[in-house]
Ligand binder design. Structure first.
Ligand SMILES: Cc1cc2nc3c(=O)[nH]c(=O)nc-3n(C[C@H](O)[C@H](O)[C@H](O)COP(=O)(O)OP(=O)(O)OC[C@H]3O[C@@H](n4cnc5c(N)ncnc54)[C@H](O)[C@@H]3O)c2cc1C
Length: 320
């Protein structure tokens, strides 16, 4: 199968980029290693409880992103999470509903992990996909966290200065603890960001409207320092370490289940100075939250901006 543009990763940046380029008439395929789409926009069901385990909400300041969010609002899948002065948008049924809606109209291969990206002598890209053979594409966009993207490329392919700038883009880890309760919690409806301790964020997905209430469904995110120190520990060990910090949020209810999700690449430590990287000589692009800004909106805007840049190459004008 020959494809004009291959996009590695079905997070918000990859999906918006792919949709934009497809709308401009390009032949695009998205390759995603996971069964689900959305990357760090992730919703998990544990029994009857539903948890947003990655991004909790997002801002909308950029007009390009606002157009997308208005589409979601019009379709009834995004809404405002009240309680703060800043506009905070969430997925009505959880964050995953938003990337799922974007994916619906795309050529997307789930459970397709790209293990190597090779620049062929003919000038096209050859992608090695775990258990699925090879795929050729004329252009390649890498949207995974940058260390994962760089690992796909042959050493020496990128110019040293480009490689050095990309190598600086590392990420903090985060541990997400998901607690299903047998009764209501004591978490404020708008969520809470403690200023001290190992927990940096707590929200009750029932009060947020994502999980069926009244029983609480808590998402707790740890600080990067705690996550780095206890990353490999079991769910029981992590829960035991956080017990005294968790207790006040339970409102006297009991814990029915405890689930741990480890985010190795949670948020970028540093940002690239440009909103994306496009290397015309290699027909290779990088986008995502390390470029546009370390949040959902930044990732979205990065994907849209790179799509607009690649669109200028689609007419095959010799000036590329
Ligand atoms: C715990 C946590 C809390 C957060 N809270 C917020 C918040 O409240 N507000 C906010 O705005 N942002 C928040 N963020 C950040 C936000 O989620 C990200 O900035 C944004 O979702 C990143 O999107 P992306 O497209 O750049 O990358 P990703 O979402 O990481 O997408 C990359 C995709 O590439 C796929 N992939 C990787 N390698 C391969 C491969 N080899 N082959 C195929 N596919 C591959 C991955 O599976 C993934 O789907 C949070 C993130 C985390 C983890």
């Amino acid at each position: 199968m020959n494809k004009t543009i291959a996009v590695v990763g079905a997070g918000i940046s990859g999906l918006l980029l792919a949709r934009d380029l497809q709308a401009r008439g390009a032949d695009v395929v998205v390759l995603e290693k996971s069964r689900g789409v959305g990357g760090r926009l992730a919703t998990k069901r544990v029994g009857p409880a539903v948890f947003d385990q990655g991004a909790q909400f997002f801002t909308v300041r950029d007009e390009r992103f606002r157009t997308v969010v208005n589409e979601w609002r019009g379709a009834g899948i995004a809404t405002t999470w009240p309680g703060r002065e800043t506009e905070r948008v969430i997925g009505v049924a959880g964050m995953t509903a938003l990337p799922k809606a974007l994916a619906a109209s795309l050529s997307l291969q789930r459970e397709h992990r790209v293990t190597r990206a090779m620049r062929h002598a003919s000038g096209c890209w050859e992608l090695e996909i775990e258990n699925h053979g090879m795929l050729r594409a004329e252009r390649l966009v890498l949207t995974a966290p940058v260390p994962q993207s760089l690992a796909l490329l042959e050493p020496g392919l990128l110019a040293p200065a480009v490689h050095e700038a990309l190598s600086l883009l590392t990420y903090h880890p985060c541990l997400a603890l998901l607690l299903a309760l047998d009764g209501p919690s004591a978490v404020p409806p708008e969520g809470f960001a403690p200023s001290a301790g190992a927990i940096r964020w707590v929200a009750d997905n029932s009060l947020k409207g994502v999980s069926p209430g009244p029983a609480g469904a808590l998402t707790l995110h740890t600080t990067p320092a705690f996550a780095a120190q206890h990353y490999g520990e079991s769910v029981e060990e992590v829960a035991a370490r956080l017990r005294s910090e968790i207790e006040p949020w339970l409102g006297g209810s009991g814990i029915v289940s405890t689930t741990l999700h480890r985010w190795k690449f949670s948020e970028p430590k540093a940002a690239h100075p440009e909103p994306f990287v496009w290397l015309p000589d290699l027909a290779l692009g990088f986008c995502g939250d390390s470029f546009g800004g370390p949040r959902v909106e930044g990732a979205a805007v990065s994907g849209l901006a790179l799509a607009a840049r690649i669109a200028t190459t689609l007419a095959r004008v010799p000036a590329e």
